[in-house]
Design a protein around this ligand. Structure first.
Ligand code: UD1
Length: 422
């Protein structure tokens, strides 16, 4: 199993190119199931979850091409969907496999997707996805650990009024993809407003879908009988960008991020500025971050977009260990997302966790230790902590980070970090 070895203490300097957003690419790939034509996507990050989704689509009968040039392109063609089924083997490694449920039932009239099961950061059920599909007229059943969704008489879904009791990102995406091929109109209320939803809607509109309101909490969809092929460039990864902003800040470096979307990073930038970090837009898609001599503590509460993303909470905690004063971090989206705290404590951080709140007293001198990555963003936060720790940190279970960060050690080494994979 791969490990990352990091020697802390070097300020990061130079330029880093931000990859395409994994969380926008995954639903865009699933959307290729909605048409028999070619869907060409660009700016796809080369990360593990993308490979998994590619395998899942191939399993369902889609042709998946990964051309050499440009290296971030992928082409999909699901001329026919055979076996509208997502097997446990693939779903268990990636919860986002549930994103095939909506497009499959819309296209084939039925779908069978394995239940994702538990995950490290909380129970993460799919009840909201299923209830919403029922509101659109699907019949939902469960057997042998699989969800089965059926449109009436195996035809098209009628569509309907969907209200999400709780905001869900992939739930909104699933219903959006089911609704574009429904017979009638679908109104989605309390929809998620993440930029990844807007990006998916843009792709679907290019494919011929009729969607209004994506990016707001009410989305209206007029179903179409058929969609066609399209070309689309995936938005930049705001979480990777946020992670590199923290990397620049925590090492008191001077980094330029290129190919990013500053407009998707408003809450993260505001929060980092509150701690004293200097962040400026230096051109289209460019951000420059310079570390402050002294970081000051700041509280953070995770919220749905446009609030502070739960996917940036762990990275912010790493920064908070270096800030002077007490930072209170409140996690409102997931119930068990502080697994990185105990590893940071082993490195010398002063953190106490009570339920959904973590209290960080700083600054603490971190020392290189052997730590274990528990989930994707937690592993990123341990890399950040290691970048300022004295001596060498060994991060085990790096496969978590490979699920969502493209060539992280290469990108970090390119701006001066002492990091290698063994
Ligand atoms: C997506 C992102 C993930 C991010 C999360 C929150 C992708 C592939 N993943 O995950 O990186 O951390 O949004 O921004 O885009 N919930 C239910 N029932 C459901 C669905 C969700 O109770 O049927 C709960 C979840 O347990 C969680 C909350 O709702 O507490 C929000 O989860 P959700 O927005 O659905 O997260 P994902 O879409 O899985």
């Amino acid at each position: 199993m791969d490990k990352l070895l990091i020697e802390g203490g070097t300020p990061l300097k130079g330029s880093v190119r931000i990859s395409g957003a994994k969380n926008a690419a995954l639903p865009a790939m699933a959307a290729a199931l909605l048409t028999s034509d070619r869907v060409e996507l660009e700016n796809i990050p080369r990360v593990r979850d993308i490979i998994t989704m590619g395998r899942l689509l191939a399993h369902m009968g889609a042709i998946v091409e990964t051309p050499a040039i440009p290296p971030t392109a992928m082409i999909f063609q699901a001329e026919e969907v055979n076996g509208a089924e997502a097997p446990y083997e693939l779903v268990k490694t990636m919860r986002a496999s549930i994103l095939t449920l909506g497009p499959l039932v819309a296209r084939s009239g039925h779908a069978r997707v394995s239940l994702p099961g538990g995950c490290a950061i909380g129970a993460r059920p799919v009840d909201l996805h299923l209830k919403a599909l029922e509101q659109m007229g699907a019949e939902i059943g469960m057997s042998h650990g699989y969800v089965e969704a059926r449109a009436p008489r195996g035809g098209r879904l009628p569509g309907g009024r969907v209200f999400f009791d709780k905001i869900t990102v992939t739930g909104t995406e699933n219903i959006l993809m089911a609704a574009v091929l429904a017979k009638g109109e679908t109104l989605i209320e309390n929809a998620a407003r993440e930029p990844e939803i807007t990006d998916l809607a843009e792709l679907l509109i290019k494919m011929g879908a009729d969607i209004e309101g994506a990016g707001t909490s009410t989305i209206r969809v007029h179903g179409k009988e058929k969609l066609h092929g399209a070309k689309h460039t995936i938005i930049p990864d705001r979480i990777e960008a946020g992670t590199f902003l923290v990397a620049g800040a925590i090492t008191k470096g001077d980094l330029e991020l290129t190919g990013c979307a500053p407009e998707h990073l408003t809450s993260v930038i505001a929060k980092l500025r509150e701690t004293g970090v200097d962040i400026r837009e230096t051109g289209p898609g460019k951000l420059r971050v310079r570390g402050a001599k002294k970081l000051v503590a700041s509280d953070v509460i995770t919220e749905e977009y446009p609030g502070f993303a739960t996917d940036m909470q762990a990275q912010f905690m790493a920064l908070a260990t270096q800030a002077e004063g007490t930072s209170v971090i409140t996690e409102t989206i997931f119930e068990n997302r502080f697994l990185h705290a105990s590893e940071m404590i082993r490195m010398g951080a002063n953190i106490s966790v009570e339920g959904r709140r973590a209290v960080v007293h700083g600054p603490a001198t971190l020392s290189g230790s052997e730590v274990i990555a528990s989930d994707l963003r937690a592993s990123a936060s341990l890399v950040l902590a290691a970048l300022v720790a004295r001596g060498e940190t060994v991060i085990d279970r790096v496969y978590h980070i490979d699920r969502g960060y493209e060539r992280i050690e290469e990108k970090l080494a390119g701006v001066g970090a002492v990091i290698r994979r063994v």
